[in-house]
Design a protein around this ligand. Structure first.
Ligand code: 5GP
Length: 205
């Protein structure tokens, strides 16, 4: 007990006041809210921002490139990454595949003074908050629940059972909004992306 680290929330508020351009930002939010699209917009419009490439055991979708959108790995390889403590966080998402953030590239980007962005699910965001409480936690919200459902159905990349699973996850994820430092509503990709970059730049909420 004597070796327990200082309370993390206190550390966090101390660091909140000092803008740090090389800060880590975590973007999370319900499924199908458009996290991937906003992140893709940031990648294209703001190449100065470093964006983490996650490892995943899910299958590659058409148009996705290994090493660009994800590192597509086998279950055995993911087991190894976990066993060797190479992941900053990891989670089973939508009760299916595993996804995780390779730790070393994140630390390297921050050490180089780059603003770094992780686009991950809520479980992962909670783990990062435990380990790197000084990060900025941004919740990407839909304009409404109806709009979220429309986006989820409209995407058409999942079957019925998968969609139901994702909706269930989305309900829980929406309820987590108060855990975040700031909410960005994704009405238009461009506006949400600009707001995200602005928050990353200012280093404060
Ligand atoms: P998709 O399979 O549609 O690309 O992503 C499914 C979900 O996995 C999204 O909510 C996305 O944010 C999440 N995700 C992607 N990479 C990671 C990661 O490295 N860690 C965690 N915890 N979630 C991730």
């Amino acid at each position: 007990m004597a070796q327990k680290p200082a309370q993390k929330p206190a550390q966090k508020s101390a660091q909140k006041s000092a803008p740090t351009p090389s800060r880590l930002t975590v973007l999370a939010g319900p499924t199908a809210v458009g996290k991937g699209t906003v992140t893709a917009w940031v990648r294209e419009q703001h190449p100065e921002i470093w964006i983490s490439v996650s490892a995943t055991t899910r299958r590659r979708r058409p148009g996705e490139q290994d090493g660009v959108h994800y590192h597509f790995v086998s279950d055995d390889e993911f087991d190894r990454l976990v066993a060797d403590d190479e992941l900053l966080e990891w989670a089973v998402v939508h009760k299916g595949a595993r996804y995780g953030t390779p730790r070393r590239p994140v630390l390297d980007a921050l050490a180089e003074g780059r603003a770094a962005l992780l686009e991950i699910d809520l479980q992962g965001a909670r783990q990062v908050r435990e380990r790197m409480p000084e990060a900025l936690f941004v919740f990407l919200a839909p304009p409404s629940w109806e709009e979220l459902v429309r986006r989820l159905v409209g995407r058409g990349t999942e079957d019925e059972a998968e969609r139901e699973r994702r909706l269930e996850t989305a309900r829980d994820e929406l309820a987590a909004e108060p855990e975040f430092d700031v909410t960005v509503v994704n009405r238009r990709i461009h506006d949400a992306g600009e707001r995200l970059v602005e928050l990353m730049r200012s280093g404060t909420t």
